[in-house]
Design a protein around this ligand. Structure first.
Ligand code: FES
Ligand code: MG
Length: 579
């Protein structure tokens, strides 16, 4: 059990701004009074920054405008002062070219907003895909007490009596529409029914995966990640976050005590058991590195091999959605099932070890949250491949792809850009067979740019019309956590920086051997070397601005795509040990 300490008011970080009897502090105090606060409101009390990623264009955080009131209520009832700090609202629905281009921007903003202001602790309000890792990475580096408030999933989709899942069903109905099987009226019905309330995507996509990971890391209140966004339980959880962060400040419970190797391992195991989004790999590695924890693709592959997938939630699971997962007991129940495999001593934001947070957790529907003896799949949420096409790794989700493709050999059909590929797949005369291996390159962290979710390459119309719905696809892109299919992703190094994918040609034979974790082009070494010598790097994509900075400093997929200059030692600058 962690030794409880109790800070005194003069030890608060904010006291550095407000306590000294000098001219500068006079200025700080007078400006707080300008804001309408009395001395008693801000002196000697924990000042809690509520980092709110709400925006009118962030569909998944639409309820945060109201939820922040609940958080502030909790803070204030516990004797702190809450201040809302609007933060970069990286939304998945509208951000072009891809929200991933801005994850690190949110991480940097989070860290610097905390560092530069008189805050003793923070509540991080996020949930839509990149916001969870962005906020958590930044707050780990800032190092003040923090608690993560997950947005929670939206209600399940519904159209004409059918349940609709975010992403997954959009792709499915789109394939059917391309095949001529869905009318305009039906299409409009699906459009209106697939996202019915505030909250994140309600399949086990990147958002639900990352919120679960935050909980498994110990960064949320127990059970917080599964509560649907519009449930009144979500309001109560929000107020509880406010209450708890005040105590965390007095206890000086900082993220370095929570995000330990044990917590990261717990999070990886939980991710595998949920059938996590492939994006989790990139984000969890980046989060771990911020905390100085070494997590590699090989660690994740090893855990993927032995961890059964027990959340029967789409897209890896077959039948259910996040709302069902909540009613079935939520993440605490899933973690209870995994308890023997987790390190129960890992400290959490409650100030107590994980094992205590799981006491009393129960599975209410064993078809949604399966037992270890009756899993959805006995292994295989994620697998990491190596070979002459991906020397630094690539990722595939075996559970989401047709087993017929687990061992596959076929001729490559290579595209250099997304528009080129799109034109080809819509061409009904395209010369393609189900054995072909579709390849998209220049879609990685630098080539994309920003590592877009293009990895679920559309099946060519010519095959769709013949009834085919899956084929082997390879790219250096990511794919949406709600996607599915035989898609090899995150090929590293990416083609844009000269990875071997850049050397592949249409017609070369590609071989996937999933049980052996291999992905190779069957081209002899001398020929590969000839092609390498002839390869010339593409022009830089950005001459200025954020894109230029991103391209210069982003690491490859296997390294987490953080910036090289942000990855270490809790981010504390020399000479600034006590931010
Ligand atoms: Fe926000 Fe899917 S669009 S979680
Ligand atoms: Mg997504």
């Amino acid at each position: 059990m962690r030794q409880r300490i109790r800070k005194t008011p003069d030890q608060l970080r904010s006291a550095r701004w407000f306590a000294p009897d000098d001219l500068r502090s006079f200025g700080h105090r007078s400006r707080m009074m300008q804001l309408g606060f009395s001395e008693d409101d801000f002196r000697g009390r924990p000042i809690i920054g509520v980092l709110n990623t709400w925006s009118e264009l962030n569909t998944c955080h639409a309820h945060f405008r109201d939820r922040v009131v609940d958080v502030k209520r909790g803070v204030q009832l516990s004797g702190g002062l809450a201040v809302e700090m609007p933060s970069l609202s990286v939304d998945e629905s509208f951000t072009k070219p891809t929200s991933m281009l801005y994850r690190n921007m949110l991480a940097m903003e989070t860290e610097e907003m905390i560092r530069s202001h008189p805050l003793d602790g923070v509540v991080l309000m996020g949930g839509c895909d990149k916001t969870t890792p962005g906020l958590v990475m930044g707050a780990i580096s800032a190092g003040v007490p923090m608690i993560y408030l997950p947005a929670g999933p939206m209600l399940r989709g519904n159209y004409a009596g059918k349940v609709l899942g975010s992403g997954s069903d959009a792709w499915k109905y789109w394939d059917e529409r391309r095949a001529g099987n869905v009318s305009d009226a039906e299409w409009l019905g699906v459009q209106g029914g697939i996202a019915r309330s505030a909250g994140t995507c309600m399949t086990m996509g990147t958002a639900a995966t990352m919120m679960s990971i935050a909980e498994a890391l110990g960064l949320t209140l127990p059970g917080a990640s599964s509560i649907p966004a519009v449930d009144s339980g979500h309001q109560r959880m929000s107020a509880d976050c406010g209450r708890r962060i005040v105590d965390m400040v007095w206890e000086d419970l900082t993220p370095d005590e929570i995000v330990t190797p044990a917590a990261v391992r717990n999070a990886a195991i939980v991710a595998m058991a949920t059938g996590c989004s492939t994006n989790a790999v990139v984000h969890l590695i980046a989060i771990a590195r911020r905390a100085d924890v070494d997590l590699t693709l090989d660690d994740l592959d090893a855990l993927g091999r032995v961890t059964p997938l027990i959340a029967n939630v789409r897209p890896s699971g077959k039948d259910y959605l996040m709302e069902d997962f909540y009613y079935a007991g939520g993440l605490r129940a899933l973690m209870k099932e995994l308890e023997d495999r987790l390190d129960g001593s890992a400290l959490t934001v409650t100030g107590r070890p994980m094992a205590e947070n799981l006491v009393g957790a129960e599975v209410y529907n064993p078809d949604v949250i399966r037992s270890l003896s009756n899993p959805v799949y006995s292994e295989g949420s994620l697998a990491v491949l190596r070979g002459n096409l991906c020397p630094d790794g690539a990722v595939i989700k075996p559970a989401a792809c047709d087993p017929a493709f687990h061992v596959h050999e076929g001729p490559a059909l290579v595209f250099d850009s997304y528009p080129e590929m799109k034109a080809a797949v819509d061409d009904e005369t395209l010369d393609v067979t189900p054995d072909h291996v579709m390849v998209l390159r220049n879609a990685g962290p630098q080539g994309g740019p920003g590592f877009p979710e293009w990895g679920m390459l559309p099946i060519p119309k010519a095959l769709i019309k013949k009834g085919h719905r899956d084929m082997l696809r390879i790219s250096d892109a990511r794919m949406s956590g709600t996607s599915y299919g035989a898609c090899v992703l995150h090929v590293a190094p990416e083609s844009y920086v000269g990875g071997p994918l850049a050397l592949l040609r249409t017609g070369d034979i590609v071989r996937l051997d999933l049980p052996a974790r291999r992905l190779d082009m069957l081209v002899d070494e001398a020929e590969i070397e000839r092609r390498r010598a002839a390869w010339t790097p593409p022009e830089p994509r950005f001459e200025r601005g954020w894109g230029w900075m991103f391209s210069r400093h982003v690491t490859q997929a296997d390294q987490g795509c953080d910036f090289t200059f942000l990855q270490a030692d809790f981010g504390r600058a020399a000479g600034e040990p006590d931010i």
